[in-house]
Design a protein around this ligand. Structure first.
Ligand SMILES: NC(=O)c1ccc[n+]([C@@H]2O[C@H](COP(=O)([O-])OP(=O)(O)OC[C@H]3O[C@@H](n4cnc5c(N)ncnc54)[C@H](O)[C@@H]3O)[C@@H](O)[C@H]2O)c1
Length: 416
C-alpha cells in the first residue's frame, strides 16, 4: 500500500529522535518508530494498517501532518483590518515559546503554514541549545510589509497573541522591527524585541553578530589551534543588520574581510569604513580564496555546487537554514570543511530578546551571548566523540536538553 507523504520536498530540519511536547510524548511513547515517522498513520499499534486517504481527498497542506510534532497552531483572522496570521507553537517543554513574527507576502496559505511550522521547530532547537528556559514558536503575518503593515493590523495581531496568555512570546523577524513590536505591545503583554525607549532590547542583530563571531573563534580554534581570526580572510555574504556588525568584530580581530551584498550602498559602506574587499556576488565569493565563509543573507546558501567549489575551511554565518538540503552537512565534512551549525552560532539575537523577560540588561545578555563560544566547542567535541557531523551533534544536544530538563515538569511542585 503506498503511503501519502505530503512532506516530500518540504524544507526539513534534522529528523527529531523523540517528540518534544510532553503531551505528544505520552500519546506516542509506545510507537516503536517514534514520532517522526508518523504521517497519515496515527495508531500507536504497528499492527494497525496505515489508513490511506482516497486520491484527491488530501489537502495541499494537512496541518496535522506537517505539524505532527507541534503543540498548537493558531489561525488569526480579522477581516476588518485584513489580518491573516498564523502562530505556531512547536514546544513548550522548556518554557513559553518565543520566536519572531515574519511579515511576508506568501504566495499561498500553504506556504505560510509550511514556513511557520518549520521556523517554530527551529526555535525550539535554538532555545534549547542556547541554554534558555524557553520553548519554540514563531508567527507569520501574510502580507506585504511595505503596503499592508499598519497600526490596526499590528494591534489586531497583538490581541490574538495576548489570547494565548503567555504560551507564546513574539519578537521581530523578517519584515518586522522593534517599532512594530512597540505597537503590538499596546495590545499584548507577551512581546519582546521592543525599542529601548519602551523597555525593550532593541535591535537583536548586535548580539547575533557577536555570537556568530564567538562561534567563528571556536571554529578557528578547532581548525587552526587559535581562537583568533587575525590574518585570516573571511567572506561575509550579506552585510545587512547582522553582517555589518560582524565585519566590525572581524576587522577589530585583525581579519581581512571580503564582502558582497545585492544592495550596493551596504557594500560601499563596508569598503569605506573597514577597508573590505568587494566581490560581485555570493557565487564569486565562494570561488575566492577565503579561509572562512559567513553566509549572512538568506537561507539555503550551502548547496551542492557551493560545497564543491568552496575554498574556505570553516563555514560560520548568521543566516538561518543555511543547508540547502539534508546531506549537505555530510558533504561539507567530507571535503574537510568545518560547519558551525547556524542555529548554534546565531542564537545571540534570541538571547538578547529573551533577556527582556527579566527586564533587559545588556551586559547580562552580552555575557550570555559570549557563551556561544563554549556551546560551539561543545558541539564540535560531541561531533568528534560520536563520529557525527556538527549539525547532528547540535541536534543531539538540543534534543537531550529538551528531554532531560523538560521532563522535570513531571515532578509536581506547589505554586511558587
Ligand atoms: N537579525 C537577527 O538578530 C538575526 C538573528 C538570527 C538569524 N538571523 C538571520 O541572519 C540573516 C541576516 O539577517 P539580518 O537581520 O542581517 O537581515 P538584513 O535584511 O538586515 O540583511 C540581509 C542582507 O543580505 C542582503 N542580501 C539579500 N540577498 C542577498 C544575496 N543573494 N546575496 C548577497 N546579499 C544578499 C540584503 O541586501 C541585506 O543587506 C538572515 O538569514 C536572518 O534570518 C538574523
Amino acid at each position: 500500500m503506498e503511503r501519502v507523504d505530503s512532506r516530500a520536498g518540504r524544507p526539513r530540519h534534522y529528523p527529531a529522535k523523540w517528540v518534544t511536547p510532553p503531551l505528544v510524548t505520552r500519546r506516542f511513547a509506545t510507537h516503536p518508530r517514534g514520532a517522526t515517522e508518523r504521517l497519515s498513520e496515527m495508531s500507536a499499534d504497528p499492527s494497525v494498517p496505515v489508513p490511506v486517504p482516497a486520491p484527491g481527498s488530501v489537502d495541499p497542506v494537512d496541518v496535522f501532518e506537517l505539524g505532527a510534532e507541534h503543540e498548537q497552531v493558531v489561525f488569526c483572522n480579522d477581516p476588518a483590518t485584513g489580518l491573516r496570521a498564523i502562530v505556531a507553537i512547536h514546544s513548550t517543554a522548556l518554557g513559553p515559546a518565543l520566536g519572531g513574527t515574519r511579515f511576508y507576502p506568501y504566495a499561498s496559505t500553504a506556504d505560510a503554514v509550511s514556513d511557520v511550522l518549520n521556523l517554530s521547530r527551529g526555535m525550539s532547537y535554538k532555545a534549547a541549545l542556547a541554554g534558555l528556559d524557553l520553548g519554540g514558536g514563531k508567527a507569520v503575518i501574510i502580507g506585504d510589509p511595505m503596503k499592508d503593515k499598519n497600526e490596526a493590523r499590528l494591534r489586531a495581531y497583538g490581541r490574538f497573541v495576548q489570547s494565548l496568555n503567555g504560551r507564546y512570546f513574539t519578537a521581530c523577524d523578517v519584515g518586522t522591527y522593534s517599532t512594530d513590536m512597540d505597537v503590538v505591545a499596546r495590545e499584548c503583554s507577551f512581546v519582546t524585541g521592543r525599542t529601548v525607549a519602551h523597555g525593550g532590547a532593541g535591535d537583536s542583530s548586535v548580539l547575533t553578530a557577536y555570537g556568530v563571531f564567538q562561534g567563528m573563534r571556536a571554529s578557528a580554534e578547532v581548525v587552526w589551534g587559535t581562537a583568533s581570526l587575525a590574518g585570516r580572510t573571511v567572506g561575509v555574504a550579506g552585510v545587512g543588520k547582522v553582517g555589518h556588525h560582524l565585519v566590525k568584530h572581524l576587522v577589530e580581530d585583525g581579519a581581512r574581510v571580503v564582502v558582497t551584498d545585492v544592495h550596493q550602498p551596504a557594500v560601499d559602506a563596508m569598503v569605506q569604513e573597514y577597508g573590505a574587499t568587494a566581490v560581485a556576488d555570493a557565487d564569486a565569493m565562494v570561488r575566492t580564496d577565503i579561509d572562512v565563509y559567513a553566509p549572512c543573507a538568506m537561507g539555503g546558501a550551502l548547496t551542492d555546487e557551493v560545497v564543491d567549489v568552496l575554498s574556505a575551511k570553516i563555514v560560520c554565518g548568521a543566516a538561518n537554514n543555511q543547508l540547502a538540503h539534508p546531506g549537505i552537512e555530510k558533504a561539507l565534512a567530507d571535503r574537510g570543511i568545518l560547519y558551525a551549525p547556524d542555529y548554534c552560532v546565531n542564537s545571540g539575537g534570541l538571547i538578547q530578546v529573551a533577556d527582556e523577560l527579566d527586564g533587559f540588561n545588556f551586559d547580562r545578555a552580552h555575557q550570555r551571548a559570549g557563551r556561544i563560544y563554549d556551546t560551539t566547542k561543545a558541539v564540535f567535541e560531541l561531533a568528534h566523540t560520536d563520529s557525527v557531523t556538527p549539525a547532528e551533534a547540535a541536534d543531539r544536544i538540543a534534543e537531550r536538553r529538551m528531554r532531560d530538563i523538560g521532563r522535570l515538569r513531571g515532578v509536581w511542585l506547589p505554586a511558587r
